[in-house]
Design a protein around this ligand. Structure first.
Ligand SMILES: Nc1nc2c(ncn2[C@@H]2O[C@H](COP(=O)(O)OP(=O)(O)OP(=O)(O)O)[C@@H](O)[C@H]2O)c(=O)[nH]1
Ligand SMILES: [Mg+2]
Length: 452
């Protein structure tokens, strides 16, 4: 039998109001035990109650009863809005458990909502992302999952594939060949359209991930070129020590920046030169290279007031070898220009800045932001995928449909096309649910029953 679960729905610690939620078949009877009164609990209406702890009053609370199925989980749910002391909340949880409830596992309310068809996995992921979204862009992204726009995109693909599969399967069953043969051109067109949508969705993944997790941006370069000054200028306060001597920064220094609602994680690093002064600087340089490897974007800083060193050129080659997006930031533009321009021809994007005067910093911020927006997102009506599971499902489905198209090109036979379409549907199953043989049969009978 299904248990009745309980958990606080608000954060720990003291607050004006705290919310505790029960969900499961015994919710109402547990509520009656703890209120010890024959109160009426009209659905979805707040009722003022005294919650009892033995013969004493534990708290005066507002209680709402949501009978199944019209509740968050789809089960009977009771919400207690309590005074927010940790004692009241903790004691209420103990009493509710003594009355038969069990503590919920992490995510169990949402899991039950999913099992009861209240939301699909994409919406559940969206809900989880919404709660953890720390900036506007991540919030927008989560809302587009939660409000079902992402599910709708996948459901359109699923419907088109299920329909195509039905068209094929009905012909496989048509041993007497009473039906017109499959319209290959039309079927290929439908499959190609789904591949195109999947490719666009896959293209949004990197941007979706940057938005959700933040764009990891490493500031690298030779000692004394102004990396720490750049970090400080971008975040707007003196985060890192700046000094007119080489080798000031030893450890990597991370700071998060909210740039127009996008999360950018900046990492300042130790300058790279041939000989470290001591083991600490040596270790610092190793950490710089690691930060660079982990970064989504590299800001390569060079000092315009002096010539490039061989180590700087070698470091540039390193960045290029890693095939990372990189912006060449030529700093100290306020000084007499002498060097560092040797890299300009190699860089895809070069910006001249002065951390001292602030010149060029707005352009640099715009250039960084450009990495967190992509034309792919416009192609999908603003819908993005942002987690690896979704990305892999999309790629697998795409591969299967491309194989189906190759088979169709060679006209190898209906059974093989069907096999790849089924595999594509299986790949998408985790995101949008299963398409069962019965679903396909349903389409066959509802749309083109042969009257047999
Ligand atoms: N004139 C001028 N000086 C700058 C500019 N940016 C930084 N500096 C100076 O350059 C020196 C080094 O700056 P830092 O930011 O510490 O350089 P860094 O790259 O972090 O150096 P390390 O930590 O040693 O690798 C300091 O004296 C800064 O004041 C600039 O745009 N113009
Ligand atoms: Mg520094």
């Amino acid at each position: 039998m299904q248990t009745t679960i309980v958990a606080p729905a608000t954060a720990h610690g003291q607050s004006a109001v705290a919310l505790v939620r029960l969900s499961g078949p015994d919710s109402l009877s547990i509520l009656r035990q703890i209120t010890k009164a024959d109160k009426m609990f009209p659905p979805r209406e707040q009722v003022f109650c005294r919650l009892k702890d033995g013969e004493k009053v534990l708290d005066e609370a507002l209680v709402t009863y949501f009978p199944a199925p019209r509740s968050f989980t789809g089960e009977d749910v009771v919400e207690f809005a309590l005074h927010g002391s940790s004692y009241i909340r903790g004691r209420l949880l103990e009493i509710l458990c003594a009355c038969g409830a069990v503590p919920a596992q992490r995510g169990e309310f949402s899991y039950r909502a999913f099992l009861n068809g209240k939301m699909d996995l994409l919406e559940a992921q969206g809900l989880c992302d919404l709660i953890s979204a720390g900036n506007k862009a991540a919030h927008d992204l989560a809302i587009s999952s939660l409000d079902g726009r992402l599910s709708e995109k996948f459901n359109q693909i699923k419907d088109a594939l299920a329909e195509t599969l039905a068209q094929i399967e009905v012909r496989l069953d048509d041993v007497d060949e009473e039906m017109a043969p499959l319209n290959h051109a039309h079927t290929a067109q439908v499959l190609q359209a789904q591949v195109d949508t999947l490719v666009k969705l896959a293209d949004t993944f990197s941007v979706g991930r940057f938005i959700k997790e933040g764009l990891k941006t490493a500031i690298v370069g030779a000692p004394n070129c102004g990396k720490s000054s750049l970090l400080n200028a971008l975040v707007g306060f003196d985060r890192a020590i700046v000094a007119n001597q080489s080798g000031t920064t030893r450890d990597t220094i991370e700071e998060t920046l909210d740039l127009d609602g996008q999360k950018i994680i900046l990492t300042d690093t130790a300058g790279i030169r041939e000989h470290a002064l001591d083991p600490a600087e040596q270790e610092g340089m190793k950490r710089s290279l690691r930060a660079m490897e982990k970064a989504d974007l590299v800001l390569f800083v060079a000092d315009l007031s002096r010539e490039l060193t061989p180590q700087e050129e070698a470091l540039w080659d390193d960045v290029e070898k890693q095939n990372k997006p990189v912006i060449l930031v030529l700093n100290k533009n306020d000084q007499a220009l002498q060097g560092a321009c040797g890299l300009v021809g190699k860089a895809q994007q070069t910006l001249y800045v002065s951390c001292k005067t602030g010149e060029g910093l707005d352009a640099l911020k715009k250039a960084i932001l450009a990495f967190v927006s992509s034309p792919a997102v416009q192609d999908t009506d603003g819908v993005m995928i942002s987690n690896l599971r979704q990305y892999e499902a999309v790629l697998n489905a795409q591969t299967e449909l491309e194989s189906a198209l190759v088979q169709m090109n060679y006209q190898t036979g209906l059974e093989l096309y069907a096999e790849h379409i089924r595999a594509a549907l299986r790949a998408l199953k985790d995101l949008i649910g299963d398409v069962t043989p019965d679903d396909v049969l349903g389409i066959i009978f509802s749309k083109f029953c042969m009257g047999k």
